[in-house]
Design a binder for this molecule. Structure first.
Ligand SMILES: Cc1ncc(COP(=O)(O)O)c(C=O)c1O
Length: 385
């Protein structure tokens, strides 16, 4: 049996590797604390679970859902965008539910790339921005995120040959893995760049609802002209503690939304309608406000502890991650392996997010405070050795 050449081109998926290592360590009897994956430990709000229970009891939700989504869900997304971002969306043409942002990112590659086409992807960045294009015989071209530019990509540094072949451009603010929030003026520059090169901008808004210190993250669609050149992927996974529910939507440019929908009707059969109704209730209620308090407290706990042991770290104003430099003499992979071996703490190696992630590690704040405190103490002991 031989897998396709296409799938052979993929690097191992970072989190599958992490899960394997954690299983191994646990089997050895180690008390592993995983700070690897950004998977909220706090339950989904009870009102959302109640909405699901009620909806699931209605047999009308039990049949094949429409891939276009129930009007209740599309309308709830439109209400949310208006209220939260001041962005008007037409629920008939500008919103389609997605089975999580991950599915949506991948399928956009299928919908918009032919063999040899380029997708411009942030480096470091969410691995699906690069794995997705490879799986459809496209070519991911990395845009380094420049710390001196607030982790914006330098659009002027993109080779004109790459810009000419580019069909997609992926952005994500607040940013995984760096924790950076949107650099001033970036979205305006991106709209101009996309117009000039006829590129579809895909803004992944997975973390707009997890921000701290009074920072409020904008939607890409608030930018003048954005809807002409782009779409946004909005996920309930992180903001509502709903990673397991697979609830997101693609919103924005009607042509792009239609292309994604047409593709989806050939791939999957849509989101369980009871989940759609629960997601609509979640959007109307808004994200649970207490999560910002929880993550900000954990952010401070980790950053204070890291600084106390001499790690130079900037507390982020968004996402659920801390991005920190590895000690001298280590690669990100060698450091993360050492920490796992010595302390049973799982960190994500920065290099797994792209060459510009090398030299860093990522800590996810999605474990309870006491376990996070314990993990940081173990890190301190391991660094002191
Ligand atoms: C930037 C980014 N996009 C998308 C996802 C996946 O989100 P979803 O659960 O909606 O598929 C993640 C998950 O960590 C992420 O960090």
């Amino acid at each position: 049996m031989k897998p396709s050449n296409r799938s052979e081109r993929l690097p191992p998926y970072l989190f599958a590797e992490l899960e394997r290592k954690v299983r191994e360590k646990k089997a050895e009897g180690v008390d592993v604390i995983s700070l690897g994956i950004g998977d909220p430990d706090t339950p989904t709000p009870a009102a959302v679970v109640d909405a699901l229970t009620r909806a699931a009891a209605d047999p009308a939700t039990h049949q094949y859902p429409s891939n276009r989504g129930r009007p209740e869900l599309r309308e709830a997304f439109a209400r949310f965008y208006k209220r939260r971002f001041g962005v008007a969306l037409d629920p008939e043409t500008e919103i389609i539910p997605a089975l999580g942002a991950k599915e949506c990112v991948f399928n956009l590659n299928l919908a918009f790339l032919d063999a040899g086409d380029v997708a411009l992807a942030a480096d470091p960045g969410y691995p699906v921005y690069t794995g997705g294009p490879l799986l459809v015989d496209g070519e991911p071209v990395l845009m380094p995120l420049v710390p001196a530019l607030g982790f914006a990509p330098d659009l002027d540094a993109i080779a004109s040959a790459d810009a000419a072949r580019a069909r997609l451009l992926y952005l994500n603010y607040p940013n995984n893995p760096t924790g950076a929030v949107l650099p001033d003026g970036l979205f305006d520059r991106v709209v101009e760049f996309a117009r000039e090169h006829d590129i579809l901008v895909v803004h992944d808004a997975s973390y707009t609802e997890t921000t701290f210190g009074g920072y409020v993250a904008p939607s890409f669609l608030q930018t003048p002209g954005a809807k002409e050149v782009g779409v946004e992927i909005f996920s309930l996974s992180k903001g509502w503690n709903m990673t397991g529910w697979r609830t997101a939507a693609i919103v924005g440019n009607a042509e792009a939304v239609a292309a994604y929908w047409r593709l989806k009707t050939n791939i999957d059969s849509g989101m369980f309608e009871a989940v759609q109704l629960a997601a609509a209730a979640a959007l109307d209620a808004g994200p649970p406000a207490e999560m910002k308090v929880v993550y900000q407290r954990r952010r401070d706990l980790v950053c204070d502890a890291l600084r106390a042991i001499g790690v130079n770290v900037t507390p982020p104003n968004g996402t659920i991650y801390i991005w920190a430099p590895v000690p001298e003499g280590h690669t990100s992979a060698s450091y993360c392996e050492l920490v796992l071996e010595e302390s049973g703490v799982v960190l994500s190696p920065g290099g797994a997010y792209g060459p510009n992630g090398e030299g860093f590690f990522r800590i996810s704040l999605t474990v309870p405070d006491d376990r996070l405190g314990e993990a940081v103490e173990r890190l301190r002991d391991s660094l002191a050795r």
